[in-house]
Design a protein around this ligand. Structure first.
Ligand SMILES: [Fe+2]
Ligand SMILES: [Fe+2]
Length: 471
């Protein structure tokens, strides 16, 4: 087991105390991070006491500590999951070789790009959500938002640690650049499109944490298989925190759906009650699910093939032995691609289809979430069903990016798309309406009328617990 140093300026279990150079480098970056948090993080809540969990170790069960804390005083730490002794690379061309604890020279650029791309998403989401606190539907939800925000901040630390430790001067430059790009900035935007979309309502936030954080889960999970051991161990621990983000999303959308269904059951029109009609929720699901599917990259990708071949990024749960061939050679992946008016099945070598495989796993996971929402609708006697859009719908990236499809994946013409896309994606009027429902509720245990209370509170506290104490 690694030793956890909680007293250090930067809490860690990576032995910072014994590596003075690295410690100085990170302590130099720390004030820039704090300045970024104040400039670009949640507005106006930095003096309030938030009931937050803080990672204090990596042991199963007891890894987190809950207490009131002002966000700028949050103890952002660097934690790697404990490594297994003589771990071997378990996929790709280096199969069976010992894992790397230092960056292998020939994979340096690819690895740096993987880390920077992942790292860039972490502060991006904090920036996207910075205004949301002002309209939180309850103290419980306000706390959830800030929990997610501080942990995304810690995930940035995790990636910056790798850059500083393993990439020398380039890594330090990349770490600086993480704080200079900003979500939605015209000159210096975040790297990936979904992380430049505004998140200005709580429906957007919950869809984002359901669908976009879940993309994060799949990216992190495939990096957790990496032959570069520090990356594998960092991302393994990040996944522990990520689970809560996705749960916040799934429960949040679920509670909005439940509230609409409750009102309908009572013979009310959700719209007349400041709640969100289910067909509007569906449009937001369509939007965020499709934006998030774009994050997987091209279905047919030589880049993905090389990341796999070089042992840097594995398949989802690669280490569980669920794939027949750990080298993924010889097999083909079948992909339906548009060909004029029809769809043609094309075979691509499995290694080039790594993004498509990961997207398939993600899509199956999303369908399970949607089914849970639908079971709730069914139990309330409501006929409406939410549908997970097809991987083809509304894509800007990959083989479907140049074509139009209905949410169920049926090809449509440009003319049909123009005519019908307002049935499928949020319109300006929908967005205005959802915005009009947003207003802050700050009495403990009370909730805005568009969202049902959660099934339980946080860390065994009651729902009416004072999760935020305003200064
Ligand atoms: Fe994250
Ligand atoms: Fe997250």
């Amino acid at each position: 087991m690694s030793t956890v140093d909680l007293e250090a300026k930067i809490p860690n279990n990576v032995g910072l105390r014994d590596n003075k150079r690295l410690m100085r480098a990170l302590e130099t970056w720390q004030p820039s991070f704090l300045q970024w948090w104040k400039d670009m993080g949640p507005t106006d809540f930095n003096e309030d006491q938030i009931y937050l969990r803080t990672a204090v170790g990596v042991g199963k069960g007891g890894w987190a500590h809950f207490d009131y804390v002002k966000m700028p005083d949050y103890r952002w730490g660097i934690f790697l999951a404990d490594g297994a002794a003589d771990r071997k690379i378990h996929f790709g061309d280096h199969l069976g070789e010992p894992v790397w604890s230092d960056v292998p020279g020939e994979h340096r650029n690819r690895l740096r790009r993987l880390i920077v791309t992942q790292g860039d998403t972490e502060p991006a989401s904090v920036e996207q959500q910075r205004m949301l606190g002002h309209t939180a539907p309850s103290l419980y939800d306000l706390r959830s938002l800030f929990q997610v925000n501080v942990e995304e901040g810690r995930h940035l630390w995790a990636m910056v640690y790798l850059l500083h430790t393993h990439f020398g001067a380039d890594g330090r430059d990349e770490a600086e650049a993480m704080l200079q790009r900003h979500s939605g900035d015209a000159d210096s935007p975040r790297i990936l499109e979904a992380f430049n979309e505004p998140i200005d309502t709580w429906l957007d936030f919950f869809c984002f944490t359901t669908f976009t954080d879940r993309d994060g889960k799949y990216q992190l999970a495939s990096l957790a298989e990496s032959g570069f051991d520090p990356l594998a161990r960092t991302t393994q621990f990040m996944l522990t925190e990520e689970a809560y983000h996705m749960q916040t999303g799934e429960n949040g959308v679920g509670r909005i759906i439940r509230r609409a269904a409750e009102l309908m059951r009572d013979g009310q029109d959700p719209r007349a009650q400041g709640a969100i009609p289910l067909d509007m929720v569906q449009k937001y699901v369509n939007f965020w699910a499709s934006r998030s599917m774009d994050l997987f990259g091209g279905e047919d990708s030589t880049n993905a093939s090389e990341s796999f071949a070089s042992g840097l990024k594995g398949r989802y749960r690669e280490g569980d032995g669920i794939y027949k061939d750990p080298k993924a050679l010889g097999a083909q992946y079948k992909l339906a691609v548009p060909d004029g008016e029809t769809m043609q099945e094309r075979e691509i070598p499995l290694r080039r289809a790594m993004n498509a495989l990961l997207l398939d796993a993600y899509h199956a996971d999303c369908r399970r979430i949607v089914q849970r929402w639908n079971r709730d609708l069914e139990s309330m006697g409501c006929d409406f069903r939410i549908e997970m859009p097809s991987t083809r719908f509304n894509r800007n990236q990959g083989v479907y990016g140049h074509y139009k499809f209905a949410p169920d994946g049926t090809p449509v013409t440009e003319a049909e798309w123009t005519h019908r896309h307002t049935d499928w994606l949020p319109t300006h009027a929908d967005r205005d309406y959802v915005k009009s429902c947003m207003h802050a509720v700050r009495e403990p245990g009370k909730f805005a009328n568009y969202i049902a209370p959660p099934a339980m509170g946080v860390n065994d506290q009651p729902i009416e617990f004072e999760y935020v104490k305003f200064h």
